[in-house]
Design a protein around this ligand. Structure first.
Ligand SMILES: [Zn+2]
Length: 299
């Protein structure tokens, strides 16, 4: 009989005497929803799963308003990888690739690859963006380095994914007061880092969060916070699609109407929601843009 594991959940924990805080994310159904949107080759799928788990993981210790996204672009076979987690715990993601894929598929080897972490409200223009140095063997290690650089605190990040689950674990030394280590336990961080590094991919994917934390840190004083639920969710709306069409301009919209017998169909790549616009809708949204432009000039 298969045991049902608690999934789509984010756990925050504190290893008090060691002076270390941590986040553990385990995705099941939410990840399968994302993974099932395209016929992803295994290597692409697993990287996408890792990025999705990481996007949730990185929200664990920050005060998030809006969303946190991880985006990788390259001129190579993996053109785009995008994963996002909102302040409501809604996750979405996608990847674009072309064959042949290099084996193994390592982000550091992709030509002209750039990875950015964006935090905040894109639409309100309130956002912070940081670039991740990708010269590391894994996405986890690249993010680890990013954290070390940006927060000046040592961190350890492990990510794992297969077709069923995506799991991420992050431990981070607590910021000390006045530049000193917060804990009196001199060896705390080294011990936790070593314990965490012993975790294998299969163990990560096959163990429930509570069991995993117990197995790793049962000799430490561990404090678990209330788990946060996560779920698949897309932020697309008809209004957003309208403003995208508006930004294309009249000529392009009319050409699209012409090509598809008077109907524009837009399908969201994240959630497969269909949006249909006929000539009347198109005229309406284009004239709305005209009015908006007119009122801006009038000011
Ligand atoms: Zn959508």
């Amino acid at each position: 009989m298969e045991t049902v594991l608690p999934e789509d959940v984010l756990h925050r924990f504190l290893l008090e005497s060691a002076g270390v805080r941590g986040v553990l994310v385990r995705l099941g159904p939410a990840w399968r929803e994302v993974a099932g949107r395209a016929a992803y080759p295994e290597a692409v799928r697993d990287l996408l799963g890792q990025a999705l788990a990481a996007s949730a993981l990185l929200t664990g210790n920050i005060k998030l308003e809006g969303s946190l996204s991880i985006e990788l672009k390259s001129a190579g076979a993996l053109r785009l990888l995008f994963a996002e987690c909102t302040d409501q715990g809604r996750l979405r993601g996608l990847a674009r690739w072309h064959d042949p894929l290099p084996e193994p598929l390592a982000v550091a080897e992709l030509p002209q690859s750039v990875m950015a972490i964006t935090i905040g409200h894109a639409e309100r223009g309130q956002r912070y963006q940081g670039l991740v140095d990708l010269h590391y063997p894994s996405v986890g290690e690249a993010l680890e380095n990013y954290f070390q650089q940006s927060e000046q605190l040592p961190a350890k990040i492990l990510l794992a994914a297969d077709g069923e689950r995506a799991v991420g674990l992050m431990v981070q030394r607590l910021p000390g007061e006045g530049g000193h280590d917060a804990s009196t336990d001199e060896d705390g961080w080294n011990r936790i880092e070593h314990l965490t590094a012993t975790l294998g991919v299969d163990e990560m994917l096959g163990t429930s969060p509570e069991q995993l934390l117990y197995r790793l840190y049962h000799e430490e004083s561990i404090r678990l916070f209330e788990p946060r639920p996560l779920a698949f969710g897309c932020s697309c709306t008809r209004e957003r699609v309208e403003s995208m069409l508006r930004s294309l301009g009249r000529e392009e919209v009319e050409a699209a109407l012409e090509a598809r017998e008077g109907e524009i169909e837009v399908i969201c790549e994240f959630c497969a929601q269909r949006y249909i616009f006929d000539r009347i809708d198109a005229e309406h949204l284009l004239s709305a843009s005209h009015n908006a432009a007119a009122s801006t000039t009038a000011q």
